[in-house]
Design a protein around this ligand. Structure first.
Ligand SMILES: [Fe+2]
Length: 299
């Protein structure tokens, strides 16, 4: 009986404290929101007010402890410290939490090729190449031809559209991860002709593990998730007067299309790679046809 009474008393005390703490917490949130309410720029105000509301609600709902709060700050500090001019751990974190995929989904125009994550391995300044040229070396993997057209939503071909493409080699590594690859290996920029057509040679993409040697690796270890990406070729396709789309070409034969580590797979972006035939250009063993559709620029 005594134990029961004591426990009941303890529970009541805890409940009272929790209730009082929540009341005080709500006052803190209200005070902070009021302090930011005068932000002159309407969009900045909207973003900040919403961010504060959600972050405070997260802490309140989970009854975040001081130790957990500090662990979170130390984690974000480590994410920042892992970044350099070639490693972008914050993009990787955003990808792994599905935020990148969500933002791309929210911003993709209707009728255009679906967008998906940029990923942490994009490098601006890839070399411009002639149509049909290769972006890689023979030792990089199975020689593959990718070709198609870039059109507007109404089907009109877009002359002068650019495709900035990049991918990893068959060892699962991008050039910036692999000292045995030359700079800008498996990267290139192509420009469509008057018919909107493009073609380039590369290698068949392979699955690769996202880097887990940094703080984002902890997320995978804590959650028992695998860290493999579905095989893909990256592309940013754009043209003057049109919205550029950041997208992927996925391989229908890949086993990770249903469990991509960064939630990047869209059904519409999965393509059939087929064996090359006599009518195809020599020197390739796989061919995939991929058309891209661009929406008009806003404004
Ligand atoms: Fe990638």
């Amino acid at each position: 009986m005594t134990m029961t009474a004591n426990n009941a008393r303890a529970d009541n005390t805890s409940a009272d404290n929790t209730g009082a703490a929540k009341t005080r917490a709500a006052k803190v949130t209200a005070e902070v929101l009021e302090a930011f309410a005068g932000t002159p720029d309407a969009r900045v105000r909207e973003l900040l007010m919403s961010l504060i509301s959600h972050v405070h609600a997260f802490a309140a709902e989970t009854e975040l402890t001081t130790r957990e709060w500090m662990a979170g700050l130390e984690f974000l500090t480590a994410v920042g410290q892992k970044c350099d001019d070639q490693r972008q751990e914050f993009i990787l974190l955003s990808d792994v939490l599905g935020l990148s995929s969500l933002v791309e989904t929210l911003n993709g125009p209707e009728g255009a090729t679906e967008s998906t994550v940029l990923g942490p391995f994009y490098l601006p300044g890839a070399p411009h190449k002639e149509l049909g040229e290769s972006i890689g070396r023979p030792q990089d993997g199975e020689p593959t031809l990718i070709r198609g057209r870039v059109t507007a939503i109404d089907g009109e071909p877009i002359d002068g559209a650019t495709l900035d493409v990049w991918q990893c080699a068959s060892n699962g590594l991008y050039d910036i991860q692999d000292p045995d690859q030359p700079p800008f290996n498996l990267r290139g920029v192509f420009t469509t002709g008057a018919d909107g057509g493009y073609s380039f040679r590369t290698v068949r993409p392979v699955s690769y593990p996202v880097p887990v040697d940094g703080p984002v690796g902890t997320v995978f270890r804590l959650t028992n998730r695998h860290h493999w990406r579905a095989a893909h070729v990256h592309a940013i396709v754009g043209a003057p007067g049109y919205q550029a789309v950041t997208t992927h070409i996925f391989d229908a034969a890949n086993p990770y299309n249903d469990s991509d580590a960064v939630f990047g797979v869209r059904g519409s972006l999965i393509q059939e790679f087929r064996p090359a035939g006599p009518a195809d250009p020599p020197g390739v063993t796989q061919v995939v046809e991929v058309d891209f559709v661009l929406a008009p620029a806003v404004g």
